[in-house]
Design a protein around this ligand. Structure first.
Ligand code: PHE
Length: 339
């Protein structure tokens, strides 16, 4: 009988079951009332008294080993069956969790799209810039307040290097490399030293544009702006230009679009005025052309610049500017449909 037990123990690892039915067959053969183990228990009665102790221990050992092997086989079958269920090749792939574009990317792409259809190409430049490209070449006087430490982040230890405070620096880089006709837009991130709140941040995004050629007039500027506004906000949109001042344009203007909520009646979005300010623009100052190596007698141009956050706010009514840079997935997912 000892030999029988030892043989059974040795062949334990050869026991296999491919499915529940085979497992049940094994159970009947070894563990059921008529199985091998019960048979041994019966034979145990006839074992001489002096061998009972050792034989009892050996039978127990076999019983535990059999039970353990049986449990292993049952677990393996369970894993096989569930993973088989999960691999359902007929299952529809929807709804699949997809990411969304950032709202500022969506708005930037729309703006780029509208201007590219009017013949503008993209230009890019560094965010860490020198004073010349951000201010000097843009006709800012040496004592202009925007150069003040209040507004501009300067690079420590390199007083003429700074984080660009507008993307006009890219326009300057284009002009120094290329003669007219020039028709570019420059989207990018800009930095200003402002206290962070719901309405201001120390960085934001702009799209600036530049158009230089012979015979470019203020009328061209107005038409390009009107087309842009109607494409972005809808065909009924009106624009209004108010005189303003920028060192790099003359004449300069702030542009408003008619309020899309009240269509000019006056509401809380437009604070009762019927108009929403969206960008600055003007005819490129002849001095800026000269400073950047372009003949101001022969060429004229217009320029404009807008904040992408501002436009996104008008399109999507985002009340707090900080939401744009906090990466809260719940906020970002609201723009899934706008993608
Ligand atoms: N550079 C201006 C700004 O940052 C915007 C602007 C660009 C205004 C071009 C007029 C013409 O506010």
């Amino acid at each position: 009988m000892l030999e029988k037990i030892q043989n059974a123990l040795n062949s334990l690892c050869e026991l296999h079951a491919a499915n529940a039915q085979e497992l049940e067959e094994l159970r009947i053969k070894y563990l059921s009332k008529k199985g091998m183990l019960s048979q041994m228990m019966q034979d145990f009665r006839n074992v001489p008294a002096e061998q009972k102790r050792e034989m009892g221990m050996r039978i127990n050992e076999l019983k535990n080993a059999l039970q353990q092997r049986f449990d292993e086989l049952r677990a393996a079958i369970a894993v096989k069956e569930t993973s088989h269920d999960e691999l359902d090749l007929t299952r529809t792939p929807y709804p699949a969790p997809i990411g969304t574009r950032h709202p500022l990317t969506i708005v930037r792409n729309r703006i780029i799209d509208i201007f590219s259809r009017q013949g503008f190409t993209l230009a890019d430049g560094p965010e860490v810039e020198d004073d010349w490209h951000v201010y000097g070449s843009m006709n800012f006087a040496d004592d202009h307040p925007a150069r003040d430490m209040q507004d501009t982040f300067y690079v420590q230890g390199a007083p003429s290097m700074l984080l660009r405070s507008h993307t006009s620096s890219v326009q300057s880089r284009v002009m120094e490399k290329q003669q007219p006709p020039i028709r570019v837009i420059c989207p990018g991130r800009v930095y200003r030293n402002e206290a962070i709140s719901a309405r201001a941040h120390c960085f934001f995004h702009q799209v600036e544009g530049l158009y230089i050629d012979e015979h470019v007039s203020f009328t061209d500027l107005k038409q390009v702006m009107l087309t842009f506004s109607r494409e972005l906000f809808g065909p009924d949109t009106e624009i209004r230009l108010r005189p303003s001042y920028f060192p790099f344009t003359e004449p300069s203007a702030e542009m408003d679009v008619s309020c899309q909520i009240c269509h000019g009646e006056g509401c809380s979005l437009c604070k009762g005025t019927g108009w929403l300010e969206i960008l600055g623009c003007g005819m490129v100052h002849p001095r800026v052309l000269e400073l950047n190596g372009i003949d101001s007698e022969r060429y004229k141009g217009f320029a404009f610049g807008m904040g992408i956050e501002r436009i996104a706010n008008l399109l999507y009514r985002v009340k707090d500017l900080r939401l744009f840079s906090e990466n809260d997935v719940r906020f970002l997912q609201e723009f899934q449909a706008a993608n």
